[in-house]
Each structure stands twice: as structure tokens, then as C-alpha cells.
Design a protein around this ligand. Sequence first.
Ligand code: HEC
Length: 104
Amino acid sequence: MKIITATLVTLLTASSAMAIDMPADGKSKCGACHSIDKKSVGPSWNAVAAKYKGQADAEATLVANITKGGKYGWDMGVMPAKGLGANDKQIAALSKFIAVDLNQ
Ligand code: HEC
């Protein structure tokens, strides 16, 4: 029993210490160009979260920018409208993930 408890504690600690993972829709529609914590073709989503931290309209701004695509001052090229074909529901969820979850 002691061993089982110790294993469980280790597992729980390990999983809570792990970095926050990109949602599945993000991986398939955006992951070719973005990661959470590393700059790749586009900015890391942590950097985007930091840019909009504390702005009340951050989520709505991200929905608009991801839907329209374009240039937003990162000087990395052009963000394609809707990424790799994300739908409105996925864009809303990913905007919330970036603006809210990553800023916690
Ligand atoms: C083909 C590559 C590519 C794909 C796919 C892509 N992006 Fe981007 N994204 C970029 C680039 C490049 C930029 C930086 C544009 C610039 O230089 O300002 C960017 C910028 C952004 C920004 C910053 C906008 C801002 O207001 O500062 C967000 C948020 C973002 N992308 C989210 C997404 C999401 C969500 C998806 C998937 C639905 C996605 N991207 C898919 C290339 C991509």
C-alpha cells in the first residue's frame, strides 16, 4: 500500500509540473506554425498571451485576428486567416486558451 501511495504521489506531482499542453484543435490547425513556449514560424502562444495580458478585450481581439489573419507586429510573416482551416468554434476556444488559460 505504501508503495502504491508513493507511486500515485509521484505521478500526480509529475503531471502537475508538466507544461500546459496545446489543445488537440490547436495542434492540428495551428501546430505547424505555433507552439506554446517556443517561437517557430509564428510567435509562441505564451508571447501572444503576454502581449494581451490584462486587456479586457483580449479574447475578442484574438478571435478577430485569427479569423482575419494578417500581420500583427511580430515581424515574422503573415498569419493565414483561420490557420489551417479552423472553424469559428475552434477559433473561439483557442482564443480563450491563449488569452485566459495561458495567462493564469
Ligand atoms: C502557416 C503558419 C501559421 C499557421 C498555420 C497559424 N499561424 Fe498564427 N501566426 C503565424 C505568423 C507568421 C504570425 C505572426 C504574424 C506577424 O508577424 O505579425 C502569427 C500570429 C498569430 C497570433 C498573434 C496575433 C496578434 O494579435 O498578435 C495568434 C494569436 C495566432 N497566430 C494564432 C493562431 C491560431 C489560433 C492558429 C490556428 C487556428 C494559427 N495561428 C495558425 C503563422 C501561422
